[in-house]
Write a protein that binds this ligand. Structure first.
Ligand code: PXP
Length: 241
């Protein structure tokens, strides 16, 4: 029997809102604990080189208090390697990072970074940290991921989500992802998917059997504003009456 896919909740953008004021509110830790209480299977945070959302102290606090697994997304740099080995989150997903990008714009270049990634993955394996590589749905990259001993791959779903948002034909990209998922599963890699997922793309992507985990952030946090706005306004009305 196929297990239901897991839902990893990315709370980076709670930190984005907090940082807009430079104060302590809203707290990513509180969001992480609420997500845990509300049925998230894991919490994802991306500690970026420029600390534009999640900060080192968020990682420390969330890692300390969370009962469900913490998935740390990080670039393959010496600094991040040191931090991750010090705090030992349950899961790590290695992602590419460019300072000027708004978000993670594509998968890792595995061919170019094979040696370095292999070394990093070995360090995670020694610490019993589950590792994942954020990649494009490309068979050649999946082969490399297996070759360098990754436990999982996470497929970048940005392209299919964009096509869906623009009402464009997704057939080619859907088949590409489906083929990648089957191939990765066949060679023993656990497959995750993430980036740009909203309700409608989640519906489409969940038709692909073999994706074990979805990691969703920006839309989930954004949509939570609309789900909570009415209640918050009513609460203020009561207070100021
Ligand atoms: N998975 C990975 C590896 C990511 O880097 C991100 C954020 O870019 C996500 C999932 C979540 O993407 P989004 O915030 O668009 O839902």
């Amino acid at each position: 029997m196929m297990l239901k896919p897991k839902l990893g909740v990315n709370i980076d953008h709670v930190a984005t809102v907090r940082n807009a004021r430079g104060e302590d509110y809203p707290s990513p830790l509180r969001a992480a604990l609420l997500a845990q209480k509300s049925g998230a299977d894991s919490i994802t945070i991306h500690l970026r080189e420029d600390r534009r959302h999640i900060k080192d102290n968020d990682l420390i606090k969330i890692n300390e208090k969370l009962k469900i697994p913490l998935n740390l997304e990080m670039a393959p740099t010496i600094e991040m390697l040191k931090i991750s080995l010090k705090h030992k989150p349950d899961y790590i997903c290695i992602v590419p990072e460019k300072r000027t990008e708004i978000t993670t714009e594509g998968g890792l270049n595995l061919k170019k970074n094979k040696k370095l990634l292999k070394k990093i993955l070995k360090k995670f394996k020694d610490k019993k940290i589950r590792s994942s590589l954020f990649i494009e749905p490309k068979i050649s990259d999946i082969k490399i991921a297996k070759d360098i001993n990754a436990d999982c791959i996470e497929i970048h779903t940005g392209k299919i989500c964009n096509l869906l948002n623009k009402n464009k034909n997704i057939k080619k990209e859907f088949i590409k992802i489906k083929t990648a998922v089957s191939y990765a599963n066949m060679i023993g890699l656990e497959v995750h998917a993430g980036h740009g997922i909203n309700f409608s793309s989640a519906k489409v992507l969940s038709k692909i059997k073999g994706i074990k985990e979805f990691n969703i952030g920006h839309f989930l946090i954004g949509e939570s504003i609309f789900i909570g706005l009415k209640k918050t306004i009513k609460t203020f009305r009561k207070i100021i009456k």
